[in-house]
Design a binder for this molecule. Structure first.
Ligand code: PLP
Length: 394
């Protein structure tokens, strides 16, 4: 028997991929499956972005790029960051990485080791906890509560910090809840963090364009007082419907004080992925600099569907759904149905042909909830609600 490192006994998964595989297999058997499981836009990447990648290939961009990304791509990220946050960052702090996940992988790997503690949202994106466990660090869940609008509570978050805390992971707008943490709460959190200069912060802002009902995304970049220990995770996957292109970006501090984080990740890139493929980086530049009409259309469609999902779910017995303020997920409370959430999700796929994810796949506090991605057509969402209603009536 070969011996491997113990991290692989602890590493987890993202059940959304398993549900996608199962839904695809059932569809291949001829079953009519409505997929509200996977978190990816149902739109195609806008045509001008695809054209930019094709042009790059035809122009002969087939080789390695700098490990941190093409300067032109990093400068595009600088422009985009200035436009959305009003903050001017340097291209020297921007890294183009193969997907948003790679930023969390790098950040958690840099700070996680036995004896260290890392704070992460629960319920939250499952890879945070999985990677923390992989490194041997202790995962400390920060409760994200329905009664608090699925926002971070500054008070509860700060109370969990100890001398062993190395990293605090934030996510707003959030997966799986659709929660958006209000600016006032983030201000309180940042103020409290001043007393804990040993804690780095990774802010996952991958859903930053998707906010509704006048809610505004507040980037952690707005706070210069924490800039030297702040890592921003963002990317192209959700905003420009580019999940399969594997294109993310991150913004890192790089001072002596910060432990030269940027340089650490650059070395990790050189050792591991070398660079993001060149044509995708050209596509990424076109995405940022080109017309944003498709992004606006997509967000409008998500907003309309959000209302349909929330109204539909709230009309069902035993289900109550808080109105999500961001991203493209609804996280209804199903406690009154009497079903354990994971079993309900699995039965809905097998018996009603609706793929969605049980809340416990996102953390301990996910029990009693299910996650629906409304990145699907209005027609399919309505059909799914009807099927869930019929199923629950049985
Ligand atoms: N962060 C959050 C909160 C996500 O929901 C996702 C994807 O679902 C990611 C990061 C990863 O994005 P990518 O597909 O670019 O790796």
């Amino acid at each position: 028997m070969l011996r491997t490192i113990s991290g692989f006994d602890r590493i987890g998964e993202e059940n959304a991929f398993a549900v996608l595989a199962r839904a695809t297999a059932l569809a291949a058997q001829g079953k009519d499956i409505i997929n509200l499981g996977i978190g990816q836009p149902d739109f195609k990447t806008p045509a001008h972005i695809v054209e930019a990648a094709i042009k790059a290939l035809k122009d002969g961009y087939h080789g390695y790029t700098p490990a941190t990304g093409l300067l032109a791509a990093r400068e595009a990220v600088v422009r985009r960051t200035l436009a959305t946050t009003g903050v001017e960052v340097s291209p020297e702090n921007v890294m183009v990485v193969p997907g948003g996940k790679v930023t969390m992988f790098a950040a958690i790997l840099i700070f996680g080791e036995p004896g260290a503690e890392i704070l992460y949202p629960d319920p939250g994106f499952p890879i945070y906890r999985s990677m923390i466990e992989f490194t041997g660090a202790k995962p400390i869940p920060v409760p994200i509560r329905e009664e608090n609008g699925f926002a971070f509570s500054a008070e509860e978050t700060l109370a969990l910090i100890t001398p062993k805390t190395r990293l605090l992971i934030l996510n707003s707008p959030a997966n799986p809840t659709g929660g958006v943490t209000p600016k006032a709460e983030i201000e309180k959190l940042v103020k409290g963090l001043e007393a804990h200069p040993h804690v780095a912060i990774m802010s996952d802002e991958i859903y930053d364009v998707m906010t509704y009902d006048g809610e505004e995304h507040c980037s952690l970049l707005s706070f210069p007082e924490i800039r030297d220990r702040l890592i921003i995770l963002n990317g192209w996957s959700k905003t420009w419907a580019m999940t399969g292109w594997r294109m993310g970006w991150s913004i890192w501090p790089n001072s002596q004080e910060s432990g030269q984080l940027y340089d650490k990740v650059r070395k990790l890139a050189v050792n591991c992925w070398s660079c993001v493929n060149a044509p995708s980086q050209f596509a990424g530049i076109a995405a940022i600099d080109g017309p944003q009409d498709d992004v606006i259309k997509m967000c409008k469609a998500f907003d309309n569907r959000r209302k349909i999902v929330v109204d539909g779910l709230n009309s069902l017995p035993g289900i109550s759904c808080a109105t999500p303020k961001g991203a493209f997920y609804a996280f209804p409370n199903v406690k009154e149905t009497g079903w354990p959430a994971k079993q309900l999700a699995s039965a809905l796929l097998d018996e009603a042909g609706v793929a969605l994810i049980g809340g416990p796949d996102f953390g301990i506090l996910g029990e009693g909830y299910i996650r629906l991605s409304y990145a699907n057509s209005e027609e399919n969402i309505l059909r799914a609600i009807e099927r869930i209603e019929k199923f629950l009536a049985k």
